[in-house]
Design a protein around this ligand. Structure first.
Ligand code: F3S
Length: 392
């Protein structure tokens, strides 16, 4: 792999230990995946923020990098294990909180914006079409490649951090046209609406085709919220980092449509929904996986206005979006109902294993991790039904 003189200096330690280590990570990945060179990135999203996942070993690595490493490009953070301001209110213990704050301080020391959201595109980290970026967080990677037309591989936390500190990534995988070619056409033969149905569609396609890049036909319209739900789900169930949706993905008009086809029918969608619905009494409701948009918060406030919830309800959101909700009075309505607006975290990365029995959510991705990580039963439903469940 060819590297220029600045990159060589980074590798040789001229810019300090953190940059040296970062360049080692990037060039090693480049060698493994056959990259010919490095490319500049304009934006980074770092995942692996919850202390629950990082532990002391992860924190030690971050402290080491923070000793002399500073980011060179706009870098934002994925959700942490708790609301950084109101963690007590979510029932987080003080020992965990202390360690989570140490993690955030290490990231902040490196100049990373401690936004703690999986929807960086809602809060100002929004790359333009064709830009090379280095994002971790599978749902955001899928959104960036498929909806924004930016170019990123599905980075891990350390490789994303390395890209942030050097401003570079190795040019392989989805940075190259030849790896962004769809292999299969998926014809959706039923009308899909609402976030939970888009999540079910992502599961149906993901279960069927695995990690293949697909070209999807048959979706007439989809809101940003439905697309974020779909991206999260197809990336979770199929492991795919990108797709094309006819008329929606920016490159869908110029890409060659694959001849090989599969169909997704109403029965497929119903099957996916049924598979995520356990016969079990709901005691926890969470909306905001990926984190809610302001439009979703407005809708939830409308549904909760003047009512009281009878079950634990979390609405997870990026802090800047909550600040808009505060200004609009939505937060007050939500809080008065007894529901909790939780920033910086989510029902998957918070340390809540065993605290609840059954999660009801509009997110197919949320169901996957609620079962796998937190051992909850799940119910997948529309936002309206989720709120109804909380009021029950
Ligand atoms: Fe975001 Fe947590 Fe879901 S990080 S995509 S809300 S699992």
């Amino acid at each position: 792999m060819q590297i220029n003189s600045e990159e060589k200096d980074m590798l040789n330690g001229k810019f300090g230990k953190a940059i040296k280590k970062s360049m080692e990570i990037i060039t090693t990945l480049g060698e493994i995946y056959g990259a010919k060179r490095l490319v500049k990135v304009s934006s980074v999203q770092v995942a692996g923020v919850s202390y629950e996942n990082l532990g002391e070993a992860g924190l030690e690595f971050l402290d080491e990098m923070a000793a002399d490493g500073r980011v060179r490009v706009l870098t934002t953070l994925n959700p942490a294990g708790m609301d950084l301001e109101n963690w007590k209110y979510l029932g987080i213990d003080s020992e965990f909180a202390k360690n989570q704050i140490r993690v955030i301080e290490a990231f902040e020391k490196m100049g990373i914006i401690s936004t703690c959201t999986c929807t960086p595109y809602f809060i100002g980290n929004i790359p333009r079409f064709g830009e090379h970026i280095a994002w971790s967080e599978s749902s955001a990677v899928c959104y960036a490649n498929s909806i924004l037309g930016a170019r990123t591989n599905r980075e891990g936390g350390p490789s994303a951090l390395a890209a942030a500190l050097t401003g570079k990534t190795a040019e392989y995988g989805l940075h190259l046209d030849k790896h962004r070619i769809p292999e299969l056409t998926v014809v959706v033969e039923t009308k899909i609406s609402k976030t939970y149905e888009f999540g079910a569609l992502g599961k149906s396609i993901g279960d069927e085709v695995g990690g293949k890049i697909v070209y999807i036909k048959g979706i007439d319209d989809a809101s940003i919220e439905e697309l974020k739900s779909f991206c999260a789900s197809i990336a979770t169930y199929g492991g795919t980092p990108m797709f094309y949706m006819e008329g929606i993905s920016p490159e869908s008009k110029i890409i060659k449509i694959p001849k090989e086809k599969i169909k997704i029918t109403k029965e497929n969608i119903e099957k996916s929904i049924n598979e995520l619905n356990d016969e079990s009494e709901v005691d926890f409701i969470s909306i905001g996986c990926p984190h809610c948009s302001i439009k979703e918060i407005a809708k939830i406030a409308d549904l909760l206005k003047g009512k009281k919830v009878n079950k634990e309800l979390w609405i997870t959101v990026a802090r800047p979006i909550k600040e808009i909700a505060d200004r609009m009075g939505y937060s007050k309505i939500i809080k008065s109902s007894g529901a909790k607006l939780a920033c910086d975290t989510c029902c998957v990365v918070a340390p809540i294993k065993g605290r609840f029995k059954t999660l009801c959510t509009d997110s197919a991705k949320g169901c996957y991790y609620a079962r796998g990580k937190n051992k909850f039963n799940t119910r997948l439903n529309s936002i309206e039904k989720c709120i109804e469940e909380a009021l029950n």
